[in-house]
Design a protein around this ligand. Sequence first.
Ligand code: DGL
Length: 277
Amino acid sequence: MINTQQSIGVFDSGYGGLTVFKSIVNKLPDYNYIYLGDNGRAPYGDRSFDTIYQYTLECVEWLFAQNCPLVILACNTASAKALRSIQQNILPNKYPGYRVLGVIRPTAEIVGDFTKSNVVGVMGTRGTVNSESYLMEIDHFFPNVKVVQQSCPMWVPLIENNEHLEPGADYFVKEYVAELLAKDAHIDCIILACTHYPLLIPKIKEFLPNGIDLLGQDDIVADSLVSYLERHPEIAGQLGKAAIRAFYTSGDPRAFDASASIFFGETVNSNRVDLKL
Ligand code: DGL
């Protein structure tokens, strides 16, 4: 165990969750956090349901073992493929008192406030898009909103390899945006339904017509965590507040630190973790 004080665990397949983590620490700076990026096995997006579930569960159990009673899956693919099974099958039997939260529901809960046309685009990994989680969750809260999806399988690899702002990325950004917009002319709001994608915002905007909003999840998820902790003092009260932030990666820590320091906006010193428990 790394920390003796309890921390909030934040998990992503790689760097993407840092976009959410940054907003969380801005809004809740006092808590202790452990960020885990499974960079060694990223991207998750094209992997099978079973593999994503297995990898996500391993990472969640690793965070539990580091004294994190609350874990945020800052990853849409993991939220789409693993969250429900972990919440329903694993927590009650093996980890009562532990909590795991995802990113899809908080986004679905508010998206209706951002569209006037009631046509919303969702850009995500193949795993997220094929799960149809956004269709179901948004329909639950806003049955009048039409959801149009686009998978963007090249975007996470570009970001994980720090090539996303290079000229070579233009083709794939332009192509996926055009494919989405061709599906419905009334889209006025696009959910970036992958926590990696905010890193591409400058490029996406180059290829987006005026009048279409881009909705990232960083503040949405952070606001939802603030509200969750207010509503659950029994969880909030367990958490240490020494403002300790620790970073772990299953990939190369030096590569992680170089990219993560840019994405997170602070110097990051990570440690390598071997995820086999
Ligand atoms: N950040 C993850 C998400 O939100 C990326 C998934 C991947 O590794 O492909 O979906």
